[in-house]
Design a protein around this ligand. Sequence first.
Ligand SMILES: [Zn+2]
Length: 86
Amino acid sequence: MKKAIASRNRYLLDKIMVKYICLSCGIADEFPLGVVRDFDHMGGKASSPPIFCCQQCGGDLYPENYKGVNGVEYKISNLCASPTED
Ligand SMILES: [Zn+2]
């Protein structure tokens, strides 16, 4: 009965939490890596990480530090380094 490697990996992924920060109100939230990755697989755009909706204000939750399934690293610090205010 040892065919649980995939689900065990999944279990491990779900134990790792990815920290997200709301770009609008600055609140911090966390999502299991497994969930983020599922989302990542579904989303088509390689240029942006999986974005969640802030429960507090409805703004965009951006990962503080997340390496996407395509190998791209997303950091909120990179985002802050090039502000797009108008
Ligand atoms: Zn918010």
